[in-house]
Design a protein around this ligand. Structure first.
Ligand SMILES: [Zn+2]
Length: 113
């Protein structure tokens, strides 16, 4: 499947995982196979890990926004229905976050292999 013959003069031109360009990790010796966010070329295990961390960030961001909303609106009884819905959504987001953290832990192990 690999196309080493594409410009065959240098076998070292096989692109390597570029994970060291993120603040996340050091060097990685695996070949770069996946384009992450259209920028970094990373190996599959690192791509999986980066995606999970992005998702965790996004969910965490939404929990923060919900917390802010609850702080501003939590004491007003005007909006019981919204209040209940946001609290419920927040529970769901936290559960999702716990699940993503478990996945991140196993993705990290994968990366170290
Ligand atoms: Zn890598």
């Amino acid at each position: 499947m690999r196309r080493d013959d594409a410009d065959g003069n240098s076998p070292l031109s096989q692109a390597r995982c570029e994970i060291e360009k993120t603040p996340l990790e050091g060097e990685c010796q695996r070949p770069g196979e996946v384009r992450y966010k259209g920028m970094l070329l990373v190996c599959r295990p690192h791509a999986a890990l980066l995606q999970l961390e992005d998702r965790a960030q996004a969910v965490l961001g939404s929990v923060f926004r919900m917390d802010e909303w609850l702080q501003e609106n939590g004491s007003s009884e005007a909006d019981e229905e919204n209040l209940g819905r946001i609290r419920h959504e927040r529970e769901g987001a936290l559960a999702a976050l716990r699940h993503i953290r478990v996945q991140i832990r196993s993705a990290r192990k994968e990366v170290l292999q």
